[in-house]
Design a protein around this ligand. Structure first.
Ligand SMILES: Cc1cc2nc3c(=O)[nH]c(=O)nc-3n(C[C@H](O)[C@H](O)[C@H](O)COP(=O)(O)OP(=O)(O)OC[C@H]3O[C@@H](n4cnc5c(N)ncnc54)[C@H](O)[C@@H]3O)c2cc1C
Length: 185
């Protein structure tokens, strides 16, 4: 079985160079998270035991830093998004003071920031809030399934939640996109 300083070498289906052995998690040297290891392990078992195959590699991995407040992110940084997509991106940031639930909880020290392409594709979200990690998974589901900002904005969210803040921010972005035309200019 071949390996480098980063870890065990695998292909897209998580097969090692010993073709009957699969590897997943920290040992393959990718994202070092429990949830990523668990997802890769599921994909490895699926690929080893069932017909067909699924990729065991992805960059769509939510990450949370458990500080106070928490910092939850999915997708690239603004700098990375700008370098890849240039003028094709829009960034919208709301302070938590605009989120009713955060105001109720006296959790005003933070923000929600969304980076989207001008066609509405969600590229990245950062949430800084006491329970930011609880809201970021909704964004990961939306991104995995290719939902656009108006898809999430148009979905009724229970009030008052932090998710409602995200929904309203996306509604603002959606309206801006609508009034500025599909070119985003
Ligand atoms: C301090 C700390 C905090 C973390 N906090 C978070 C967090 O908040 N959220 C998050 O998502 N991730 C966190 N992580 C990362 C997370 O723990 C790992 O990404 C995750 O455990 C990887 O799972 P794994 O199954 O690949 O490896 P591991 O969980 O490391 O499991 C590998 C297992 O293999 C065993 N093993 C090793 N060598 C051998 C051998 N030769 N024979 C048999 N068994 C062997 C080990 O004893 C271990 O039980 C944290 C890591 C650390 C160190």
């Amino acid at each position: 079985m071949h390996y480098t300083e980063k870890g065990i070498k695998i292909d897209d289906q998580l097969r090692t160079t010993a073709r009957h052995i699969y590897a997943a998690g920290d040992v393959v040297g990718g994202y070092q998270f429990s949830h990523f290891a668990g997802w890769q392990a599921f994909q490895a078992v699926r690929n080893a035991l069932f017909p067909g195959s699924s990729s065991g590699l992805t960059d769509l991995v939510p990450r949370i830093t458990f500080t106070d407040p928490e910092v939850a992110q999915v997708g690239p940084t603004e700098e990375q998004a700008r370098s890849e997509f240039g003028q094709e991106i829009r960034v919208c940031r709301w302070d938590l003071s605009r989120v009713d639930r955060a105001v109720c909880d006296n959790d005003r020290n933070g923000f929600i920031k969304v980076i989207a392409k001008t066609n509405g594709t969600i590229l990245a979200v950062t949430i800084v809030a006491e329970r930011a990690g609880e809201t970021i998974n909704e964004v990961a589901v939306a991104m995995k399934h290719g939902l656009k900002i108006n898809d999430v904005a148009g979905t009724i969210h229970a009030y008052p939640t932090y998710s409602t803040g995200l929904q309203l921010l996306l509604t603002e972005m959606s309206l801006e996109q609508f009034v500025s035309g599909t070119s985003g200019k």
